[in-house]
Each structure stands twice: as structure tokens, then as C-alpha cells.
Design a protein around this ligand. Structure first.
Ligand SMILES: Nc1ncnc2c1ncn2[C@@H]1O[C@H](COP(=O)(O)OP(=O)(O)OP(=O)(O)O)[C@@H](O)[C@H]1O
Ligand SMILES: [Mg+2]
Length: 225
């Protein structure tokens, strides 16, 4: 059964769609990826899905279904509060009426580096640490589904791998993940299924093994000549 099912979502700007009739679904405990290069429409799609679930309407009226709520979204820009500490940023991700030490302990366990730096201002953390903090803050709301838009943005290759290792731990702990990415090898390793977004349309989908074996995917996204 799908935990999140998106049907025929179209969205864009100034009345013009840049993503067209996108459908995808993710099952409970599954990790999926939406891969696509610059300008394919990944962020537009994510923002559209998130704003629909928030109840804010978007310009074109899509039909969609969601079986359950509880979605957290980490935008590529991260949107941390740089002059607030790690701990203060985390608290902002929790529901204000639900102070939750267990949850805090959980995220510090997933990201021990944040525990060491809980009193440091977020703006002085390294790029990789800020990425961890953005994910950790999203986890504070106890989401059922975590949507991440290009979690490797601005990270050197080693840190990008580390970020994906952390996502792998979350997947193994049973969290449902939807990851938009153009670092395709990492995303294909994390996820069990993927969708290829090109020019605002899903051109291909399948298991990540199938995608990794597909000559078009290899040429366009895996640097295979
Ligand atoms: N706020 C905006 N106003 C107008 N057009 C936009 C806006 N944001 C994105 N676009 C356009 O929509 C298209 C899809 O952009 P989008 O940011 O969704 O792509 P993306 O796949 O996330 O790319 P990237 O990998 O570079 O982040 C692009 O042509 C882009 O110029
Ligand atoms: Mg984007």
C-alpha cells in the first residue's frame, strides 16, 4: 500500500506549467528517487507536492491523493537560521506543543556530530554539518515521509557520500524517503525505485537496478560513454 501517492500533478509559474501530469508513489518504508538534471523540474515538483499537503493551493489544479499525512521536506537551500544554535534550530522543527526529548536523542544518535555542536551557531557549521542539521530538524516533526531536494547541494564528494550514508541509516530504520537528485549514482544506491524527470515529464521509471542498467540513463546520468 502506498504511503504517499501523487497523481497527475502539474505545476509551474505565472500560469505556465513546467512539470506536467507527474505521478509517483512511495510505499511505507521505501526509498525512491526522482532523478533529473538542472532545470528538469525536481524542485518545482517537490514544492507543488508539499504545498498541496499544506493545504495551500497552487496555480494549476492537480488531482492527487494522499493516504496519510506526516510529511517533512528539506529544500535544497536548507533554510536554517544561521544565528541560532544547532539546538535552537532543532527545536524549531518540533511541534511546539510537543517537547520531545526522545526525538532529540534519536536525531543526536543519527547525527552525533550535531550533539557535539549543539550550542554552535548554525551559520558557522560546515556545509556537510548544515546539511545534517537540515535533515535532523525535519526529523524532529516525526514525519512518516521525508522529502529531500538534492541533499548533496554544495557538498564535496566525500561529504556527499557521508550524507547518503546517513540517509541509508534512516532508510534502514524504516523511514520512507523521497529524494530528488542529480548525483545519480548515490541516489540509485540508496533507493529501490526511481523516476527519471526530463523537461518536466517522467520519461522512465523502474527499479534502481533497471535504471542503472539502462543505456540512456548510463549515458545521461552515469557518465558512461
Ligand atoms: N520561481 C520561479 N519562477 C519562474 N520560473 C522558475 C522558478 N523556479 C524555477 N523555475 C523554472 O522552472 C523550471 C524547472 O526548475 P526547477 O528548479 O524545478 O528544476 P530542478 O530540476 O530543481 O533544477 P536544479 O537541479 O537546478 O535545482 C526551470 O526552467 C526554471 O527556470
Ligand atoms: Mg532544484
Amino acid at each position: 500500500m502506498s504511503l504517499l501517492e501523487v497523481r497527475d500533478v502539474s505545476a509551474g509559474y505565472a500560469g505556465e506549467d513546467v512539470v506536467h501530469e507527474i505521478s509517483f508513489e512511495v510505499a511505507h518504508g521505501e526509498a525512491i528517487t526522482i532523478i533529473g538534471s538542472n532545470g528538469a523540474g525536481k524542485s518545482t515538483l517537490f514544492r507543488a507536492v508539499v504545498s498541496m499537503l499544506d493545504g495551500t493551493d497552487i496555480t494549476s489544479m492537480p488531482t492527487y491523493q494522499i493516504s496519510r499525512r506526516g510529511l517533512a521536506y528539506v529544500p535544497a537551500e536548507r533554510h536554517l537560521f544561521p544565528q541560532m544554535t544547532v539546538h535552537e534550530n532543532l527545536l524549531l522543527g518540533a511541534f511546539p506543543d510537543k517537547p520531545d526529548r526522545d526525538r532529540e536523542d534519536f536525531v543526536f544518535q543519527v547525527f552525533p556530530r550535531l550533539a557535539e555542536r549543539r550550542k554552535q551557531d548554525a551559520g558557522t557549521m560546515s556545509g556537510g554539518e548544515q546539511q545534517m542539521l537540515a535533515v535532523a530538524r525535519a526529523l524532529m516533526s516525526q514525519p512518516k515521509v521525508l522529502m529531500l531536494d538534492e541533499p548533496t547541494t554544495g557538498l564535496a564528494p566525500r561529504l556527499a557520500r557521508e550524507a547518503y550514508e546517513a540517509l541509508g541509516r534512516l532508510r534502514d530504520a524504516g523511514l520512507t524517503l523521497v529524494v530528488a537528485e542529480q548525483q545519480v549514482p548515490l541516489a540509485l544506491e540508496l533507493a529501490s525505485r526511481g523516476y527519471v524527470l526530463e523537461n518536466g515529464r517522467i520519461e522512465l521509471s523502474g527499479t534502481t537496478d533497471e535504471l542503472a542498467d539502462n543505456p540512456d540513463v548510463q549515458r545521461a546520468y552515469l557518465g558512461v560513454a
